[in-house]
Design a protein around this ligand. Structure first.
Ligand code: FAD
Ligand code: NAD
Length: 400
C-alpha cells in the first residue's frame, strides 16, 4: 500500500516541502495531499505592500495548482478543523476526513494582540492576503469619506509596533499616501502617518546603524515616531496611549507581534509559547509520524532560545523536512536540521532598506536591491527562472 503524506498549510514551509517531494519522490511511491485554506499562496513577506496598495494582487498571490509541477501531489482547497492523531485523520471544516500515515503541520502564524482592549475588534492585521487587502480598501474609504465630512481622524494612519513588520508597513505608507492624496484631491498636509513603538527605538534589538538610518529616513518622510509609547486601547475612532493621550484615528494597523496558529493549541500536542515543540528531525516531540515546521514550530537553537518565526527558517526547514518525510516512508535514517542564518533585510518602501547580510551591515538603495534578490531567490526555488521573470515583470501598482 502506498503511504499517505498530508501537508497542512501552503505557506513557505508547506509549499517548499511539496516542491521537494515532487522532485525526490519516485513515481507512485506515495500519495501526497497538500491542504490550504485558499487556492493561492500569498507571499507573506510582501503583504505590507497589499496593505498599502503598492503592489498588484497578482504580484503577491500565486495560484498553488500552477506551482505544483507534477501529478505527485494532490491539492485540496479546504480549511483544517482538527486532527485526530489516534485515527491518523485530518478533519476539514467541510466535514471531509483525510487519512494520513505521515503528517506535516505547516499552518503558520497568527497576529498576537495580547488582549489589549479593542485591538482584536478594531485594528487591521497583516496576517493574510485578505486581511491586508482590507487595510487598503479601508484607506480608500477614509479618503473618500474625508471629502465630505473633513474629519481629520480619517486621514490619521497609525501603525502599532516598529519591529520589522511595522517598519515595512510604514515604508509602504510613505510611498502610498501621496498617490492617494492625488487620487482623492486631498492636500498631503492633511494626512498623518504615525508609528507607535513600546520600546525606546524602532527595530528594537537590531544594530544602531540600522536603527539610526530607519529613524532618520521615516522622519524625513514626515512620519511621526512615538517610541517608548504603548497602545493601551483601541476604538473604531481613537486610540488610548500609555501617557494617557487620546489619539483620534480611524486606522490602526497592528504590527505588535505574532504567535503560532491557534488551531494547534486545540490539538493534543506539546505546545510551548504558542508553538509546537519539535525534535532535531523536525518531528513533533512524542509523535514520530507528525512533522511541524515554520512559524507553527518551536525549534530550539540552544537550551534557552528558539528559532525566530521567519520565512528564512520555514524555507530551510522545508528543505530538510521534504527529504525526511521520504526517508521516513522508506525506513531510512532522518537528517537533523541545522539552521544557517544568512541575514535579515527590512524594506522601508521600494527604494530603501536596512539589514545585515552574511554579517555585513547594509542600508539605503543597495539594501533595497538585496531585498529584491532575496525575494527573487524564493521565487526561483519555488518555480525556477520563469516564475522570477513572470513575477518581476508585474510592476508596482500605480494609483491613478
Ligand atoms: P505561513 O506563511 O503563515 O503559511 C501558513 C499557511 O497555512 C497559509 O497559507 C494559511 O492560509 C494556511 N492555513 C492556516 N490555517 C489553516 C487552516 N486551518 N486550514 C488550512 N490552511 C490553513 N520573514 C523573512 O524571513 N523575511 C522577510 O523579509 C519577512 N518579511 C515579512 C513581512 C511581513 C509583512 C510579515 C507579516 C512577515 C514577514 N516575514 C519575513 C515572516 C514570514 O512571513 C513568516 O515567517 C512565514 O510566512 C512563515 O511561513 P509558514 O509556512 O510557517 O507559515
Ligand atoms: P515583533 O514582535 O518583532 O515586533 C513587534 C513590535 O511591536 C515590538 O517592537 C514591540 O515592542 C511592539 N509592540 C508590542 N505591543 C505594543 C503596544 N501595545 N504598543 C506599541 N508597540 C507595541 O513582530 P513583527 O515585526 O511582526 O515580526 C514578527 C516576525 O516576523 C519576526 O520574527 C520578524 O523577524 C519576522 N519579520 C521579518 C521581516 C524581514 O526579515 N524583513 C519582516 C517582517 C517580519
Amino acid at each position: 500500500m502506498k503511504k499517505k503524506i498530508v501537508i497542512l498549510g501552503g505557506g513557505y514551509g508547506g509549499l517548499i516541502t511539496s516542491r521537494k517531494l515532487e522532485k525526490l519522490l519516485k513515481d507512485n511511491e506515495a500519495e501526497v495531499t497538500l491542504i490550504n485554506k485558499h487556492e493561492y499562496h500569498y507571499i507573506a513577506t510582501q503583504l505590507h505592500k497589499t496593505g498599502a496598495g503598492t503592489a498588484s494582487d497578482d504580484k503577491i498571490t500565486l495560484h498553488i495548482p500552477e506551482l505544483l509541477k507534477t501529478n505527485k501531489i494532490t491539492f485540496k482547497k479546504a480549511t483544517v478543523d482538527t486532527v485526530d492523531f489516534n485515527q491518523q485523520q485530518v478533519h476539514l471544516e467541510n466535514g471531509e476526513k483525510v487519512n494520513y500515515d505521515y503528517l506535516l503541520l505547516s499552518l503558520g502564524y497568527e497576529v498576537d494582540t495580547f488582549g489589549i482592549p479593542g485591538v482584536e475588534e478594531n485594528a487591521f492585521k497583516i496576517r493574510s492576503f485578505r486581511s491586508t487587502k482590507a487595510i487598503y480598501n479601508h484607506m480608500l474609504h477614509q479618503f473618500e469619506a474625508y471629502q465630505s465630512d473633513k474629519d481629520p481622524s480619517r486621514l490619521t494612519f497609525v501603525v502599532a509596533g516598529a519591529g520589522f513588520t511595522g517598519v515595512e508597513m510604514i515604508g509602504e505608507l510613505v510611498e502610498a499616501i501621496p498617490g492617494l492624496c492625488k487620487k482623492f484631491d486631498v492636500p498631503i498636509n492633511k494626512t498623518r502617518i504615525i508609528n507607535i513603538e513600546a520600546s525606546e527605538s524602532v527595530l528594537p534589538g537590531f544594530d544602531k546603524k540600522a536603527i539610526d538610518f530607519t529613524t532618520d529616513y521615516v522622519q524625513k518622510h514626515g512620519v511621526e515616531l512615538m517610541t517608548s509609547t504603548k497602545i493601551m486601547e483601541c476604538s473604531p475612532t481613537s486610540l488610548t496611549l500609555s501617557d494617557g493621550t487620546d489619539l483620534p484615528a480611524r486606522t490602526l494597523i497592528w504590527s505588535g507581534g505574532v504567535r503560532g496558529n491557534r488551531l494547534l493549541e486545540k490539538l493534543d500536542l506539546p505546545v510551548e509559547k504558542s508553538r509546537v515543540k519539535v525534535d532535531s528531525y523536525l518531528r513533533v516531540q512524542g509523535k514520530e509520524n507528525v512533522f511541524c515546521i515554520g512559524d507553527a514550530a518551536r525549534f530550539m537553537k540552544n537550551d534557552t532560545e528558539a528559532l525566530p518565526p521567519t520565512a528564512q527558517v520555514a524555507i530551510q526547514q522545508a528543505e530538510v523536512c521534504g527529504p525526511n518525510l521520504i526517508a521516513a516512508i522508506r525506513g531510512e535514517s532522518l537528517k537533523t536540521f541545522e539552521y544557517h542564518h544568512k541575514g535579515t533585510v527590512a524594506s522601508i518602501g521600494n527604494t530603501a532598506a536596512v539589514g545585515n547580510v552574511f554579517g555585513i551591515k547594509i542600508s539605503g538603495l543597495f539594501a533595497a536591491l538585496m531585498k529584491q534578490v532575496v525575494e527573487a531567490r524564493y521565487l526561483f526555488v519555488l518555480g525556477g527562472p520563469m516564475l522570477v521573470i513572470k513575477q518581476f515583470s508585474k510592476l508596482q501598482k500605480p494609483y491613478q
